[in-house]
Design a protein around this ligand. Sequence first.
Ligand SMILES: Cc1cc2nc3c(=O)[nH]c(=O)nc-3n(C[C@H](O)[C@H](O)[C@H](O)COP(=O)(O)OP(=O)(O)OC[C@H]3O[C@@H](n4cnc5c(N)ncnc54)[C@H](O)[C@@H]3O)c2cc1C
Length: 423
Amino acid sequence: MSEKNSQRESQTDYDILIVGGGMVGANLAIALLPLTLKIGLVDTYKFGVSEQPSYDDRAIALSYGSSRIFSGMGIWQNLASQTTPIDKIHVSDRGHFGAARLSAEKEKVPALGYLVESRVLGKQLYDVLNDHKEQLEQIIPASVIATKEIEAGLELTLVEGEENKERTISTKLLIAADGTNSKIREIAGIGVKKSDYHQAAVVANISTEKPHNNEAFERFADSGPIALLPMSDNRCSLVWTHDTKNGMAELEDTLALDDEAFLKKLGEEFGYRLGRFTKVGKRSSFPLALVTSEKNTAPHTVIIGNASHTMHPVAGQGLNLAMRDIAVLADLLAKYSDDLSGTALLTEYEALRAGDIKTTVRYTDSLVRLFSNDNFLLGHARAGGLLAVDRLPPLRKLFTRQSMGINYRQSRLARGLKLKASL
Ligand SMILES: Cc1cc2nc3c(=O)[nH]c(=O)nc-3n(C[C@H](O)[C@H](O)[C@H](O)COP(=O)(O)OP(=O)(O)OC[C@H]3O[C@@H](n4cnc5c(N)ncnc54)[C@H](O)[C@@H]3O)c2cc1C
């Protein structure tokens, strides 16, 4: 070990402590494996238990950009065969004429994106983390309850294990990937902007009469946006938004319907582009709000993933945006590996991520608001907008590049390259 490294070790227990081992924290931990830093990963729940929020029944549409980041991390090679490529995306508005069609062939890329079940992704991430326990210490189950600034970084108080035993540990840099209600964000005194959509998403796996042919559908129906994403065994992953402005009755009704009535109601809302809906799996629901943190850094702290930006799932941008947080942060951690407790890293991260986060949040929010409005004129405007996206190559390119997650500064991982210990 170099003199520099041994000095570092004597100052704090960890170089980097990641709080939150959900999809974002676990991915970041894996992305950082090539760095010779002492890293700890804290989560309230043991991997794989049903209470852990990240790995449930949802399926995730990974953008082409995220697939390149996974390649750089060295896990796409195993994951790819467990995903379903999205070759085309069809966006339409029920009751209006316009439709936009995006295609991988036109964009000259292997796929516009890939669908993966979140449990499958979770299993892949645990397997890699469990294979690297020596390098990357898992502090699980444990929750952070307080932090205190010290000269070399931060001291954290945790409650750990089944008996909730208290202990303190120190780190040069804390990375909060602890989700929408981030405790770290709250302790750091970072405010949030919250806007409730008064909508909830019903999520289920669905079978259809006709094959999906690897096409994804975004349909803006009367009850709210419906996304149907192609999965293995000719199943589709359904994300069906319900309006809850006037109460939960409509949502509860849909959840309580027997399978036959559920499939009939879905057909009436979505239409019959894939023929009849024939089978539905377990249904779950998620309340939907936009939650954005006022900034993404605090002394010795970086906030990423849902802790920084929780969005409506309709455009499938949440994890994809977070993967770009990870890719940019990983570059900076390599660059500043000898100065993790300094402010230059924080300033540069804030500056590099602001544009992408703002654009992606605005893009998703505008889609939801524009298409959740039954104003007659807006209906015509969005029909015109969809036609314009379909017919005007530059606009289509912009829309496609946003969906593909490649419209941004390309970090090493985003170019599909492995992280280097020093840049
Ligand atoms: C229905 C639905 C469909 C979606 N579809 C897509 C899609 O197609 N494409 C896409 O890109 N995104 C999609 N998303 C968004 C995506 O799921 C999220 O962006 C992603 O799950 C965020 O992960 P996270 O790790 O930031 O947060 P979380 O998943 O909330 O994980 C936070 C982790 O932190 C832990 N934790 C919390 N507090 C503490 C504490 N105090 N101490 C220690 N640990 C703590 C929790 O146990 C958890 O493991 C969808 C979301 C929903 C709801």
